[in-house]
Design a protein. Structure first.
Length: 95
């Protein structure tokens, strides 16, 4: 059995992947928007901040998961899901 399949079949709460994706795709851009407004950033800088927050964070995710002794296969599969979802969610975020 593949490590990715095994990660999803483990005894993890069903809401965990949904919460992780919601945090990445919804909460991060909203926090970036709030920071932009709070600090009065120029529209271009604020847009860049929101765009950066809306993008999947796969480059460093595995390193942080390894440092925290988390499930690397689960983190990789969530990164894959958020990267695929970003094709739709990033343009929606920038509207």
């Amino acid at each position: 059995m593949s490590p990715l399949v095994a990660a999803w079949r483990r005894e993890i709460p069903a809401w965990t992947p949904a919460a992780a994706l919601a945090g990445q795709l919804v909460a991060s851009p909203l926090v970036a928007l709030a920071v932009g407004r709070l600090f009065g950033l120029t529209p271009g800088i604020a847009l860049g901040l929101v765009l950066t927050a809306a993008m999947p964070g796969g480059a460093t995710a595995k390193a942080f998961v390894t440092l925290a002794r988390g499930s690397a296969p689960l983190a990789i599969s969530l990164t894959l899901a958020s990267t695929l979802a970003a094709v739709v969610t990033v343009p929606l975020t920038l509207r």
